[in-house]
Write a new protein. Structure first.
Lengths: 268, 268
């Protein structure tokens, strides 16, 4: 099994995902707490970057974490084992073809997955089948259209737009964060609520400057350089100026803003 | 005295400002609480849209609210009188040429003013002179580059950009929210902190759909239609499609996002 994950499966990408997860864990997951003794499906766990944050927060619940990539699962398992986390079971699986019985899980968690799927609404409908009545689904996604910074830079916006276009050409949607509410409602969930989690970074927050502006967001955009240039999406000099301007926003008088969206729906 | 306020001084604009203030009062001002017995300068009070929210929250403090426009002050006075608020004194005054002695005020509040000034940094330095040692300055500004919505629309972004361009041609900066932290630091304030206040609107929040997406933000952009078209900033059909798309984001499956920035600095 192998998927077409835009960011690739390199070691550098694993480090980037770990950086992202560490510096944002409180912002995204301080309320990722499920009732004790729940059985929770984590759909699309990847290398376990979110698993290792959320599983220890819910030690009396059991996680079944699935992913389509065997390679990612291997890394996830090894990382969870290394951390001594015992309440996670990994399984290879496709969100669209799950073998679990109907209404099997108490709760479902889906982080940074829908953005990569050509049919996110169908994914939600598929997940709804395996969710118990009165169970919840929790979605977390970013939105690259929520990125803005000081000093402003059209070059940087163009470089970011390459990432949006590339993700689109892979069938994904880098602007999906803003769409979580209508997706949840259309998939048939009720009492839906979306809570934006804005990351605001200025030089009074050096950890976020380093961990988010530089090592998470800018590194991600920098990571699509070759694909963007070879795909003729952008001129090389413009892309490089854009990256330079993103790093500029991490200087002492710079500011960087980005918003993640966390959505919750009930299966009533 | 008359200033060149981009949005104009019409009755409709007063209603828009009142709508904005009412539906956002908690988000922006739940923490606009000053120590008792403070003397607070509200610089650029306009028609008193923020005054009438903040003054009643601080009944044991005294506000001196200044504005450059006599016409706005007249309306502010009448509105404050009508509401029976007694702790506000209005004065005509220019932020750059204030007659107050040095270190006169305990605290200073500046809401939606810097965005209209050609030299916001000089304004902050001028205000710093009249602020007591250990006093605070509080800034609240919007940022039109923080507006995004579902469904996405390039037409709507172009219509919003007209507002940004017009404000720039009047010497202002509609993207100033993201810049509050460096401005405070450069003006010499210390222990500066900026707290973004994001407005997230989906159809589970009908009051914000009506009060913010439609009657505050879209009405504001709609309000620059004639200037944008007569100034050849945009084709009429594109502008109108942009406004239509902004209203589209207020429908049942639409989402609208905007972020205000609240910054605080100390005069140590």
């Amino acid at each position: 099994m192998q998927s077409d994950y835009l960011h690739g499966y390199s070691e550098r990408e694993s480090i980037r995902l770990a950086d992202q997860a560490n510096c944002l864990s409180e912002l995204l997951h301080h309320d990722s707490i499920f009732p004790e003794n729940s059985i929770i499906l984590e759909a699309g766990c990847g290398v376990g970057a979110q698993t290792k944050i959320v599983a220890p927060k819910n030690p009396k619940s059991k996680f079944i974490s699935i992913d389509i990539s065997e390679e990612s699962l291997k890394e996830a398992k090894s990382s969870i084992q290394y951390l001594g986390i015992h309440n996670v079971e990994f399984q290879a699986g496709d969100i669209f073809k799950m073998n679990f019985p109907d209404e099997y899980f108490d709760h479902i968690l889906v982080c940074f997955v829908l953005e990569h799927l050509p049919k996110p609404l169908d994914a939600l409908k598929s997940l709804k089948r395996v969710l118990k009545r009165s169970g919840t689904i929790t979605l977390i996604e970013g939105d690259h259209g929520s990125a803005y910074f000081y000093p402003t830079s059209n070059y940087a916006q163009k470089a970011i737009h390459c990432q949006v276009q590339l993700q689109k050409s892979h069938g994904g949607n880098a602007l999906i964060g803003r769409e979580l509410y209508p997706l949840l409602v259309k998939a048939g969930f009720s009492h839906c609520a979306v809570l934006p989690r804005m990351v605001y970074v200025d030089s009074s927050k050096p950890d976020l400057v380093e961990g988010f502006t530089r090592n998470t967001f800018t590194a991600m955009i920098e990571g699509v350089r070759e694909k963007a240039i070879s795909g003729s999406l952008i001129d090389e000099a413009i892309f490089d100026k854009g990256i330079q301007d993103l790093y500029r926003s991490s200087e002492s008088d710079g500011v960087f803003c980005y918003t993640f969206f966390k959505g919750i729906g009930y299966n009533t």
